[in-house]
Design a protein around this ligand. Structure first.
Ligand SMILES: [Zn+2]
Length: 209
């Protein structure tokens, strides 16, 4: 079944449109229920989107270090639909605030002298720009487009005075966001590329081959 045909809603095939929307809403509901217990293990994938799993990419170039962290919103807040209650909104705000303080999620060797240059956090895209207020009462349809899935990403830039001391990065993501079970990590450094699978039990990423 095609996930998204773009202009599906404007087509005259009402029945087809309705059934696609209805199944997506049903999927979104199932999804929401399945995600609620922390380790329910909803492994339904949409591309690389796999609940519990995220990605961490580190790039070291001289004194400059960049880190990208991304994963399904479920990993960070436990749900992926647009917050509709104060508690859900607070969960989202709190997660984004944590991510905006990289010291909460990443710990560099002190000897490397890394200073944060910038931290950019991308909140979930619900596939429907609520802020524009451009709703025509299409709440149900809006779920068909995003299939109830969303992601959160963060991009951090550092300048490290002693990059030679960058031997390992301690990742605190699992402690801050216990619904993250796994991070597929990669490191691109002058010495070459390495990769590792990080878990709560193995949360230190080696930065050198
Ligand atoms: Zn999802």
């Amino acid at each position: 079944m095609p996930q998204e045909t773009g202009s599906g809603y404007s087509r005259p095939m009402k029945i087809v449109t309705w059934s696609v929307a209805a199944s997506a809403v049903a999927a979104a509901l199932t999804h929401a229920l399945a995600v609620t217990p922390a380790l329910a293990g909803d492994r339904r994938e949409a591309g690389r989107h796999e609940h519990g799993s995220g990605e961490l990419r580190v790039a070291i170039d001289g004194n400059d270090v960049e880190v990208e962290l991304e994963g399904p919103a479920a990993n960070f807040i436990g749900f992926e639909y647009q917050p509709s209650t104060a508690a859900e909104q607070q969960a989202l705000d709190s997660a984004l605030a944590t991510l905006r303080e990289p010291g909460q999620v990443l710990s560099w060797p002190a000897a490397a002298g890394c200073q944060l240059v910038s931290a950019e956090v991308t909140p979930p895209d619900y596939g429907d720009d609520e802020e524009n207020g451009d709703h025509d009462g299409h709440d149900d349809d809006s779920h068909a487009g995003d299939q109830g899935h969303s992601e959160i990403a963060a991009l951090y830039a550092y300048r490290c005075s002693k990059p030679g001391s960058l031997d390992a990065l301690r990742v605190l993501v699992f402690e801050r966001f216990p619904q993250t079970e796994r991070l597929d990590a990669s490191v691109a450094a002058p010495g070459g590329q390495t990769g590792a699978t990080l878990t709560p039990a193995a949360a230190v990423l080696k930065l050198r081959p």
